[in-house]
Design a protein around this ligand. Sequence first.
Ligand code: SF4
Ligand code: SF4
Length: 348
Amino acid sequence: MLKQLTQQDLFELFDRLAEQYHLLMPTLLTDGSRELMPWPGSKAAAIDGIIPSMAGEPIQRKPTSHFFPQTDPLVFLKPDGTVSVPQPPDKPLALCGLNREDLAAVAFVDRFFSAEPADDVYLAKRSGALLIGLSGHCGDGSHGDHFLPLAQGLCDIELIAEEPNEEKKEQEKQWLAVVYNAVGEQWLSGFAAGSPQRLELLRHKSVTMGHQQQELLQQASRLLQADQVPDSFWQEISSRCIRCGGCNFVCPTCTCFCVQDRTTTAGTQRSRIWDSCQLDAFMREASGHNPLGTELLRTRRRIHHKLVDDPKRWGEISCVLCGRCDRACPTGIGMVAVCEELVRRFTS
Ligand code: SF4
Ligand code: SF4
């Protein structure tokens, strides 16, 4: 199903969605960054300019954190022995504004936590959630046009911003809405039909853009699988790591966690919390033995896991090239930076 929406139609759609979902929208914060925040309703949005923040610039908080949060309470034990588990939310989540990379990350983590033994804590939050992708000409006009490649699936509804009409600048933004399943159809059925020709033009533009960094990852993956990268490389790269864990904590496809109990007079809260393979204690055993006891081994593992181990297990590289770790790493050894270095040095 393909629909054509005006900005006014979008407001109407969001208002209706917010009645049944906790609808989170890309929102411009005062420091210039963007975050998924609750939809305030169309009247407030018109005043606060919520729609312009769908301009397509990156959202640093990973989308998977809405289903797999940094601290995730599992069970609560009271001093009298009563055990309780967190109640499910009153409404499912609807995440709006995810780009192609973020949708790919959610799809990967869905596969990971759905594999046997399935993770019911993750699936309870993910089940019934609505994903709304964002692509196309997402510039808000103040920073020029900004084209996001089409996601072409991996979501329920994809909103594709059409190219602004230079001759009719006052005309409101137009959107194509591609619906990928019955849930999406239910929400979009009342709107006007979209033009397949216009969608085809946008698809063509998206395909011709390509993705140079995909080839970089593939090259790095092949070098690692062929065991052509010596320890001296990892020694040099890992000497720059300050063990902050940022690369893992921002990565939407990282899924490692550990379990923590916190006891107060009210009882004991057992939660799972994110872990980081760049931290010394990540695999340290009670005996003191540590299979990842050096920075070299930990940095190599971080890259190997995405480019070698996950392709073996899942049939795909688990880095979606979202760019978060390269933006977050204070010493410049995020995924793309390491792959660029690796390919430059070891490709003959
Ligand atoms: S670019 Fe970095 S943060 Fe993003 S998916 Fe790849 S490894 Fe994770
Ligand atoms: S973000 Fe950079 S410095 Fe921090 S743990 Fe990761 S690789 Fe090391």
